[in-house]
Design a protein around this ligand. Structure first.
Ligand code: PLP
Length: 449
C-alpha cells in the first residue's frame, strides 16, 4: 500500500475503496461530483493540537500559533481554527473580510502584505486587528497617518528579511537579500526602521517578524533566522532601548507530497525553534519574547485530497500513457508554477497493485500535467483518481481558466460530509458580468468623478 495513505483518518475499506473521515470516496464522488476537494477535519484539528502541545512542552514563555489563511480559507475553516485556539494570519482584504464574516476575533488576527492598500489598512484599523505586520518604511508612514485619522493606535510587527532563504532540501544564507518582502538587515535599514517605528505617535511596535520560505525540510535555517532576529533585537535594545515583546518566525514547515519527502515532525520543528530562541535570549541577555509562528501548509496540506474522474486513457506506444481527468491547472496550478510532484491512487480500486506508469493530465487548453510518471493500476475511463496532499495552496489558488467551475470542498468526519463550499455553477461564472451596460448610469458616474 502507498505509505502516504497512512495519514489522518485515511484507510482502504472492505470494498477496496479509499475512505477518508469514515466516508467512502466513491460515494463522495457520486454525491458531490468531481473534481472534489475532500478535507480530513480530524487531521486538521490534530495538526493544530500538535503545534499547541509542542509549544506548551518546549517554550516557557507565552506563544501563539497563527494559521496562515493563504494556504486554504473558507468560512468553515475559520471556525475550526477558532475552536482549536489558534490565531489567524491574513494577507489581503479578502482574507480579512472572510475571517471577520466568520466571527473570528479581530484582536487575534495578524495582517500581512508587501503592499496593503489604504482601503485594506482602513478595514484592518476599523476592526482593530491584533497586529499589522509592516513590510516597509513607506508603510510605516502611511499606517501611522491612517491610524491617526482613525483615532487609534495600531499594534505592529516589522517584517525583516534576515538573509536566510530556505526551500525544500536547501537553504542559503545570503548577504544581499533579493526579495520584495520585508525590510533588509543590510546597511542598517532594519535598525533605521525600528527607530522610525518607535518614534511614531500612532504605532506601537510589539516586535519583529520574518518568514524564510515554504515547504522547508530542514530545521537549521529556522534556527539561523531566530539567531539573526534576536541579534537585531539586541542591537536595537542597545541603540534605542527597544524591548522585543514578540518574535514571529513565520511559517514554512514542509509536508509529504511523495514518499521521498521527509520533513521534520511538528514536535521536532517546534522544539528546535524554541531551543534557538531560548539559547539566543540567554546569550544576548534578553527576556524571552512571546513566540509566534504562522504555519499553513503543515496544518492543512496532508489533510486534503482531490478526487477526479478519469475520462480518457491515451497510449502513445513506447512513449507514455496519458490519463486525462476532469480537472487540471484550474484546481491545481502548483505543477505548472513550481514543478510540484504528487502521489495518487485509484480510489475505487485502492487494493489493486500498481502495474504501469502513467502521466496524469488535466483537460485545459494547455499541456497541463498534474503528475508526470505515477505508478498506478492501469487506469480506465470512469475510474476515480485521488491525488494526495492537496489541502494547501490548491483551493486557495484555484481559477476559472477555460471557464471551468471551481470544485466543491467537503469536510469529512466520522462518516459525515459537510459541504463547506459548493461547486460553482455556470451562472456563478456570469454573476459579475454585464452584457448591456446602462449607458445613462455610466455617463452619470463619469460626470460625478
Ligand atoms: C508571511 C508568511 N507567513 C506564513 C506563510 C505560510 O507558510 P507555510 O504554508 O509554508 O507554512 C507564508 C507563506 O508563504 C508567508 O508568506
Amino acid at each position: 500500500m502507498n505509505d502516504l495513505l497512512r495519514r489522518g483518518t485515511m484507510r482502504v475499506n472492505e470494498r477496496g475503496h479509499l475512505e477518508i473521515g469514515g466516508c467512502d470516496c466513491v460515494l463522495l464522488a457520486k454525491k458531490f461530483g468531481t473534481p472534489l476537494y475532500v478535507m480530513d477535519e480530524e487531521l486538521i484539528r490534530a495538526n493544530c493540537r500538535r503545534y499547541i502541545a509542542a509549544f506548551k512542552k518546549h517554550y516557557p514563555g507565552s506563544f501563539q500559533v497563527a494559521y496562515a489563511a493563504k494556504a486554504f480559507l473558507v468560512l468553515y475553516m475559520v471556525r475550526l481554527i477558532r475552536e482549536e485556539g489558534l490565531w489567524l494570519d491574513v494577507a489581503s482584504g479578502g482574507e480579512l473580510f472572510t475571517a471577520l464574516k466568520a466571527g473570528f476575533p479581530a484582536d487575534q488576527i495578524l495582517f500581512h502584505g508587501n503592499y496593503k492598500t489604504d482601503e485594506e489598512i482602513v478595514l484592518a484599523l476599523r476592526h482593530r486587528v491584533g497586529r499589522i505586520v509592516v513590510d516597509s518604511e513607506e508603510e510605516l508612514d502611511r499606517l501611522d497617518q491612517l491610524a491617526g485619522q482613525w483615532g487609534g493606535e495600531a499594534r505592529i510587527l516589522l517584517r525583516i528579511t534576515p538573509g536566510v532563504e530556505a526551500h525544500t532540501h536547501q537553504f542559503n544564507r545570503t548577504g544581499q537579500i533579493d526579495s520584495k518582502f520585508g525590510i533588509p538587515l543590510e546597511e542598517g535599514l532594519a535598525l533605521r526602521a525600528i527607530k522610525k517605528a518607535l518614534g511614531k505617535n500612532h504605532l506601537l511596535l510589539m516586535g519583529l517578524h520574518c518568514h524564510i520560505g515554504s515547504q522547508v525540510f530542514e530545521k537549521e535555517p529556522f534556527e539561523v533566522a531566530a539567531e539573526v532576529m534576536m541579534g537585531l533585537a539586541a542591537e536595537a535594545k542597545g541603540a534605542f532601548g527597544f524591548e522585543l515583546k514578540e518574535l514571529n518566525l513565520g511559517g514554512g514547515l514542509g509536508v509529504r507530497y511523495v514518499s521521498e519527502d521527509d520533513p521534520p515532525a511538528v514536535e521536532e520543528f517546534v522544539e528546535s525553534l524554541c531551543r534557538a530562541v531560548i539559547t539566543n535570549c540567554r546569550r544576548l541577555g534578553l527576556t524571552l519574547p512571546s513566540l509566534l509562528i504562522e504555519p499553513g501548509r503543515s496544518i492543512v496540506g496532508e489533510a486534503g485530497t482531490t478526487l477526479y474522474t478519469v475520462g480518457v486513457v491515451k497510449e502513445v506506444p513506447a512513449v507514455r500513457t496519458y490519463v486525462s481527468v476532469d480537472g487540471g491547472m484550474s484546481d491545481n496550478p502548483r505543477p505548472a508554477l513550481y514543478d510540484a510532484r504528487y502521489s495518487a491512487v485509484l480510489a475505487n480500486r485502492a487494493c489493486d497493485a500498481p502495474d504501469c506508469v502513467v502521466t496524469v493530465s488535466g483537460k485545459h487548453c494547455e499541456s497541463d500535467t498534474l503528475i508526470r510518471d505515477v505508478r498506478l493500476p492501469r487506469p480506465k475511463p470512469g475510474d476515480l483518481l485521488a491525488v494526495l496532499t492537496t489541502g494547501a495552496y490548491h483551493h486557495s489558488m484555484a481559477s476559472n481558466y477555460n471557464r471551468f467551475l471551481r470544485p466543491a470542498v467537503v469536510f469529512v468526519k466520522e462518516g459525515k460530509a459537510l459541504v463547506a463550499c459548493r461547486r460553482e455553477t455556470y451562472d456563478d461564472l456570469l454573476k459579475t458580468e454585464i452584457l448591456e451596460p446602462d449607458w445613462k448610469e455610466v455617463a452619470d458616474r463619469l460626470a460625478s468623478l
